[in-house]
Design a protein around this ligand. Structure first.
Ligand SMILES: [Zn+2]
Length: 253
């Protein structure tokens, strides 16, 4: 089984999983990259997974469905044109053609109905977790986003996190302002720069590595707390620290 990020728009990735004949796609924001990929690879689509309702994650559904009959899994709590299999926490997501089966997790916060797909060592988490960053809050609450990230943080550390955007270098720039002495973060910056210069994606990333360098997964760490204490008088518990951090990132240029 192969995993491949297909670039879309400016900085999106549409994840493809395939066995050389059949392919599934995650978050098809636009159709063209998928349709030309299928043509080049001579493969057929057998399933589409959608994590949330934003256009850059599901905007390509209509055009793909006009050419292929393909089941589309998507969040039951969000209204998305083209979703044939609405799913939420605990519901099955099986793709028999590829012998794949994913667990659906409710991870609200970036959007109220956001879901993730977990299976075979991969986590497709849409816009919830990025390398060294996390999603913004749209129509939900930072408290929910924090508890969703906390849940992800407790998955097996070898889980490969398949984020939907190549935001890594920008996120590292911010992360270094709040966690400037983090050697793991500095090393990742150098490596990520090399990858981007070579035109390669920085994703997927290992969850265990993110726990060492992503400030949004490190709100319990004294260094993050110390940084925020010099800017804010209030944050005391972990959720307040997360919220202060999310606010600071929103203001970061
Ligand atoms: Zn989004």
């Amino acid at each position: 089984m192969h995993l491949e990020p297909i670039p879309a728009f400016e900085d999106n990735y549409i994840w493809a999983i395939h066995d050389g004949q059949s392919a599934l796609f995650v978050d098809p924001g636009e159709a063209d990259p998928i349709l030309s990929w299928l043509e080049q690879q001579r493969m057929k689509p057998v399933a589409i997974l959608v994590t949330h309702h934003h256009g850059d994650h599901c905007g390509g559904l209509g055009e793909i469905q006009s050419q292929y009959e393909v089941p589309v899994f998507g969040p039951a709590r969000e209204r998305i044109q083209g979703v044939s299999h609405p799913v939420s926490e605990g519901m099955p997501c099986q793709i028999p053609e590829l012998g794949l089966s994913f667990e659906v997790l409710d991870i609200p916060g970036h959007t109220p109905g956001h879901i993730a797909y977990l299976g075979h060592g991969w986590l497709f988490c849409g816009d919830t977790l990025f390398s060294c960053g996390c999603g913004k809050v749209f129509g939900s609450t930072p408290e929910l986003l924090h508890s969703s990230l906390d849940r992800i943080a407790n998955l097996p550390p070898e889980t490969l996190v398949c984020c939907a955007h190549e935001y890594t270098l920008d996120n590292i720039r911010f992360a270094l302002t709040v966690d400037p002495d983090n050697l793991v973060l500095m090393e990742w910056k150098a490596h990520a720069q090399q990858l981007r210069h070579a035109g390669k994606p920085t994703l997927p990333v290992r969850l265990g590595d993110e726990l060492e360098r992503n400030p949004f997964l490190r709100c319990h760490r004294p260094e993050i707390r110390t940084h925020l204490a010099s800017h804010y008088s209030r944050p005391s518990n972990e959720t307040e620290i997360f919220i202060a951090l999310r606010d600071e990132k929103n203001r970061f240029g």
